[in-house]
Ligand binder design. Structure first.
Ligand code: HEC
Length: 131
């Protein structure tokens, strides 16, 4: 009596585990499918290529070139803008806030107007790529 109860318990635990593992296998395989899809998307949204940024930026500044985007990116990610702090999270500030912040920081960083313009365009293109 007690033994058969135990048997049923083991059996149902086995069924539960079987269901559970097949369920989690389905979940993980579907998430890895969407994961690989979104990893392309997230890697491009985390760090969009210069080409992507230039194409996006062209909607706002038709004459923009990869040189400007790269200049802005270098200043922002590893150049003058990292003299006092690391690269700040671009998505955390709104497109409306950025021009004022960059004006203020450009003075601190002592960069030229051309460099400031490049940083602003890089940041705003990043915002458009990943709002
Ligand atoms: C001379 C040092 C210095 C340099 C160079 C510098 N920053 Fe800053 N930055 C600071 C300090 C200090 C703060 C925090 C106080 C503040 O907000 O003024 C700050 C804050 C910030 C913030 C957060 C501001 C907010 O209101 O959320 C951003 C974004 C930022 N910096 C971006 C930049 C960019 C872009 C550049 C390059 C153009 C740059 N910084 C260059 C010193 C610097």
């Amino acid at each position: 009596m007690k033994l058969s109860y135990l048997f049923v318990a083991i059996l149902s635990a086995g069924i539960f585990l079987a269901c559970h593992s097949s369920k989690s296998a389905t979940t993980s395989s579907s998430s890895s499918t969407s994961g690989s899809g979104s990893s392309t998307a997230s890697s491009s949204s985390a760090a969009p290529s210069t080409e992507t940024l230039v194409n996006i930026a062209k909607s706002k500044w038709p004459d923009i070139t990869a040189a400007t985007i790269n200049e802005g990116k270098d200043l922002y990610q590893s150049g003058a803008c990292t003299g006092c702090h690391g690269p700040k999270n671009i998505t955390k500030r709104s497109a409306e806030e950025w021009p004022g912040i960059i004006d203020r920081m450009a003075t601190k960083a002592k960069i030229s107007d051309t460099q400031k313009d490049a940083v602003l365009k890089y940041v705003l293109a990043m915002k458009m790529a990943n709002p």
